[in-house]
Design a protein around this ligand. Structure first.
Ligand code: UMA
Ligand code: ADP
Length: 457
């Protein structure tokens, strides 16, 4: 009997899994399950392509029952493997694993895996940058947009894999074991998927559960939850990074623009004065990345030299330019409350803040103190606007509703034009009420700034 394998989800991950399976697995019957019909010209053509290769499509929830006949279920991260329907088939002893678990089982090279609520993409890209800049063959994969399985064919014995891993991806791992794991911070996010905060935390902690004493886990000493529970994760050697305390036995701490690293009682310093990254949170990302690069054998002076060439990623505290004394900052990737908080606290100017979008259940009252100190007006946008207005109860006189990013940009500029300051897009919400993605939201903001600049001559 041929083994039956079903891939769940026809997005980037599902398609990359099918591509891999069709080339590498013989004697299996392949299926693709997706909750909705496949729409759009490109996806329909792709579906036909896979069908000619022997893949059977199971489309719609009513087809889910057919998963009961499968030997292996491979999950895309967007599909909740802890829902009742998946729990039912799990009880039938059908193996359900995530793409990262499956991809991991096919390679044998060091993996550096980065998780956390915020800063994953920046830190993973920084590590990749430090490694490639210093001659290592590094692959940047995972939640950042390139499923690991799509790069397997290019990975060789001398490669290093840097992965951004989300709680969704970690939830269904079994043996996945990074040589170096990083947890940057844990604050509330994705509660609708994980049902409660503890489940979200436990999914994040899974990054370290299979690690051995010869592996490493890098943790944020300033994060109360990690400081309290970080010692309980797996068996790896623990390294800490801290912006606020020098009390670090193994790891790194910051004093102004200078880092002191202590690894096995060997002290090394690295200067950040050449870094182009803005914001205190980026010092945390830099510390975490530097530790990972150091563990991969890159010398401190080489790390320091590579830092200055890293410009940061688009849509993360990205300066979009100035008009007069008003600077425009695009932090569209700030899709939760903590990221917005860090953005506001990074600025020493008068700020007008654009907040709102698709609500993810964040607690916006946590922004209260920072808004009081730094934000002269909050422009509320999108579906979440009224919810945020309610939560900012004693700051409602500082809030104004706007209908779109065009109005937000011109209003923000008018408010700052005279005495200067920063118009900050850090919405604290997902983008899907008005845009296809955080990238599109950021691009629209940039266009609005450009229009305004032309208008101002
Ligand atoms: N689908 C179902 N049923 C569901 C949910 C989705 O059938 O209940 C189907 C959709 O119809 C679609 C497919 O599944 O056909 C989409 O699968 P997916 O949501 O897993 O999307 P991919 O395109 O495979 O992208 C995924 C990650 N998406 C999610 O985790 C939601 C991407 O992260 C990641 O870059 C990519 O794999 C490569 O690894 C995105 C993300 O938003 C950027 N991640 C979250 C975040 O960063 O906060 C965790
Ligand atoms: P992720 O991949 O985890 O979403 P990104 O690097 O894309 O992380 O950054 C997402 C958002 O979080 C941006 O708005 C950025 O300004 C903010 N951010 C980046 N690093 C951190 C950090 N270490 N702590 C808190 N917020 C951060």
């Amino acid at each position: 009997m041929k083994k039956k394998i079903v891939v769940c989800g026809f997005g980037k991950t599902g398609q990359a899994l099918l591509d891999f399976l069709l080339v590498n697995v013989e004697d299996a019957q392949m299926f693709l399950f997706n909750d909705t019909e496949i729409k759009g010209k490109e996806n329909t053509t792709l579906k036909e392509h896979y069908e000619t290769q022997g893949v059977t499509f199971l489309l719609g929830d009513h087809c889910f029952k057919q998963l009961e006949k499968m030997d292996l279920v491979l999950l895309s991260p967007g599909i909740d493997g802890r829902s009742e329907r998946f729990n039912r088939i799990r009880k039938m002893n059908i193996k359900i694993i995530s793409e990262i678990e499956f991809a991991f089982s096919t390679i044998n090279v060091p993996i550096i895996a980065v998780t956390g609520t915020n800063g994953k993409s920046t830190t993973a890209t920084l590590i990749h940058h430090m490694l490639t800049h210093n001659g290592k063959k590094s692959f940047l994969t995972g939640n950042i947009g390139t499923p690991l399985i799509s790069r397997i064919k290019d990975i060789t014995k001398d490669s290093v894999v840097v992965m951004e891993v989300s709680s969704f991806q970690l939830e269904e791992i079994d043996k996945f074991k990074p040589h170096v794991a990083l947890i940057l911070n844990i604050t509330t996010d994705h509660i609708s998927r994980h049902r409660n905060f503890e489940n979200y935390v436990l999914a994040k902690f899974k990054i370290g559960i299979n690690q051995k004493p010869e592996d490493f886990i890098i943790l944020n000493y300033d994060d109360p939850l990690l400081r309290e529970r970080g010692n309980q994760i797996g068996k790896a050697q623990r390294l800490w990074f801290s912006r606020c305390s020098k009390d670090i036995q193994q790891g790194v701490y910051a004093k102004n623009q200078s880092l002191t690293m202590n690894l096995n009682d060997r002290y090394e310093t690295i200067s950040l004065s050449n870094s182009q990254l803005r914001g205190l949170h980026n010092i945390e990302n830099l510390m975490a990345a530097i530790l990972a690069a150091r563990l991969m054998g890159i010398r401190p002076e080489k790390i320091e030299a590579s830092i200055k060439y890293f410009k940061g990623l688009p849509h993360r505290m990205e300066s979009v330019g100035t008009i007069g004394s008003v600077e425009f900052i695009n932090d569209s990737k700030a899709t939760n409350v903590d990221a917005t908080l860090k953005s506001i606290n990074s600025l020493n100017h008068d700020v007008v803040l654009i907040l709102g979008g698709k609500d993810k259940g964040g607690d916006f009252s946590l922004l209260g103190d920072s808004i009081k100190k730094r934000v002269k007006r909050v422009l509320l946008l999108g579906e979440a606007g009224p919810v945020i207005y309610q939560q900012l109860s004693n700051l409602q006189d500082r809030c104004t509703f706007v209908s779109d990013l065009s109005e937000a940009t011109s209003k923000g500029y008018n408010l700052l034009e005279k005495q200067g300051g920063v118009l900050l897009l850090a919405p604290g919400c997902a983008s899907f009420d008005m845009f296809n993605s955080f990238e599109q939201r950021g691009e629209v903001f940039k266009k609005e700034v450009l229009k305004l600049r032309r208008k101002q001559g």
